[in-house]
Design a protein around this ligand. Structure first.
Ligand code: BES
Ligand code: ZN
Ligand code: ZN
Length: 509
């Protein structure tokens, strides 16, 4: 656990175990404090020569830990390189996040229980100084996350560290303290979602996830929770949800969380795919593809956990969280290829492949959103297609929308938050790929059209009529992203920072 604090003292008046320095390639600190408040003038020439002897050049990703004495205490000096800071602001900002990721890993490695850093100057990073602190604080929480529930030793000895930030005394303290508390809220939500996603499907069943959603609602007066199962779903005509649910002995749960704001506030629906485990169903996945399918409920976990954050952040935005949660299993009761079902808005669908199940449950959730809430915006988040891994790899979430203005906003928030998204086209042409001879559409997409990720989005587009809608395919970004040190192994919480920033931006008070 890292607890983040705002220090009201001068940098060196903080009695801590670790002093952290972000240095550029000139070996200068990049802090927003006065030049020699962080590294004192008299030590500076000596320090430079010591750093050089240790081959520390301030390059991106470089780090060096030196032990020394300070006010009769042995302490650690932690040097982190940030490079030249000449790239585009969002690239530098992402690398600064990784510099913070490195800090947290070092604090853990050396079991440092208290440390301080000076807030960097915001100029090269293209955001305000408060936003910069917000980003660094969330990153610290994210880098701290580990899935230790089943690691007996680690569970017994949790890491604890108080990480303080020093700011320029001329800055308004309250707005920085507020950023830290907001980052605590969001960081906790992100790590909760990661925890639920990492928890295997024998434990994190649709029922267990519904219980987590209920717990969120029980904590806050401003959140209402409705959970229903197969029976009510049949009544509502949710043929997609019921078809996927049919094969499993686990009860499917359709989870609704509502956060109500003022009458004039806009309404946004966040829809998350909640397949507790995706075997592929009767079109059973081969061994190599079935591994990690516990992560197929990441979208649902993300939107549920975000509601916990929104309940505390209290934006003036009506927020509806919809999480259709099922387990996709083969069995005597399971849906078959060739089955035809009818979704909630009357659209008939021929199931060509039971492994394209995410779009079936999302179809009904999108209909449900439009029918009961008439939202201004719908954003769905889903581990929808393996194809997005080939298109975009691990660093970019696939973004699909026909609303250019919405796309631009999401891309911009992706850059400020580090949840990078890349827009794929969604032209009418692709819609042909889901046309079907004997039903309105089919769920597999004709192979002649390739572009499986786009075709998946085209399928979904049949279930949104009025709202401004965007689809986020996080199949490549939701877990096991190599190369981003602050997300490490397992679930990443992909697109949660993005969704939070987007929703908060709709508050126009
Ligand atoms: N859950 C998978 C998508 C997935 C694949 C997520 C790999 C993470 C890693 C989804 O339900 C699925 O199986 N999609 C099919 C769609 C196809 C049958 C049209 C796919 O991607 O192969
Ligand atoms: Zn599938
Ligand atoms: Zn799936």
């Amino acid at each position: 656990m890292i607890s983040l604090q705002l220090s009201k003292k001068k940098f060196w008046d903080n009695a801590v175990e670790g002093y952290i320095f972000f240095l550029n390639e000139n070996l200068e600190t990049i802090s927003s404090l006065a030049k020699f408040d962080v590294i004192e003038k008299e030590y500076y020439p000596q320090l430079r020569s010591i750093l050089k002897k240790h081959q520390f050049e301030g390059k991106r990703g470089q780090s060096l830990v030196l032990s020394g004495a300070r006010a009769k205490n042995l302490v650690q000096f932690i040097f982190i390189g940030v490079g030249k800071l000449e790239d585009d602001w969002h690239i530098e900002l992402e690398h600064l996040r990784r510099a913070m990721g490195l800090v947290v890993h070092i604090l853990k490695k050396f079991s440092i229980t208290s440390a301080i850093y000076a807030l960097p100057n915001e100029k090269p990073f293209g955001v305000s100084n408060t936003e910069l602190l917000h980003q660094l604080a969330i990153t610290a929480h994210m880098a701290d996350y580990e899935f230790v529930t089943f690691k007996s030793e680690k569970k017994k000895n949790p890491f604890k560290c108080a990480l303080a930030v020093a700011i320029n005394p001329n800055f308004d303290e309250r707005s920085f303290a507020l950023q830290i508390s907001h980052a605590d809220i969001l960081g906790t939500a992100i790590n909760n979602a990661r925890h639920w996603a990492d928890t295997p499907a024998n434990i994190m069943t649709p029922t267990a996830l519904a219980e987590e959603a209920q717990k969120v609602a029980d904590k806050y007066k401003n959140i209402e929770c409705t959970i229903f199962g197969r029976e009510k779903a049949l009544e509502l005509g949710m043929g997609g949800f019921c078809a996927v649910d049919a094969g499993s002995d686990q009860d499917g749960k359709f989870i609704v969380l509502e956060y109500k704001a003022s009458k004039k506030a806009p309404t946004v629906a966040l829809v998350g795919k909640g397949v507790a485990f995706d075997t592929g169903g009767v079109n059973l996945k081969p061994t190599s593809s079935i591994e990690h399918m516990k992560y197929d409920m990441t979208g649902a976990a993300s939107v549920i956990a975000l509601m916990d954050a929104f309940a505390q952040l209290k934006p003036d935005v009506n927020i509806i969280c919809l999480a259709p949660c099922v387990e996709n299993m083969p069995s005597g009761k399971a849906a078959r290829p060739d089955d035809i079902i009818t979704c909630m808005n009357g659209t008939t669908v021929e199931i060509k492949n039971t492994d394209a199940e995410g779009r079936l449950i999302l179809a009904d959730a999108l209909c449900y959103a439009e029918k009961f809430y008439k939202p201004d915006y719908i954003i769905d988040i889903a581990t929808l297609t393996g194809a997005v891994l080939y298109a975009l790899g691990h660093f970019y979430t696939g973004l699909m929308t026909t609303n250019q203005e919405l796309a631009e906003r999401l891309i911009k928030f992706g850059k400020t938050t580090g949840d990078r998204v890349w827009a794929l086209p969604l032209d009418e042409d692709f819609k042909e790929a889901v046309k079907c001879d004997i039903a309105d559409i089919h769920n597999n997409g004709s192979s002649a059209y390739y572009a499986g990720t786009i075709v998946g989005a085209c399928f979904l587009s049949n279930f949104v009529r009025k709202a401004r809608w965007a689809h986020l395919d996080v199949a490549g970004t939701a877990h096991d992203v190599t190369g981003v040190n602050y997300v490490g192994k397992g679930a990443t919480g992909a697109s949660m920072r993005l969704l939070s920033a987007f929703v908060m931006s709709l508050d126009n008070r």
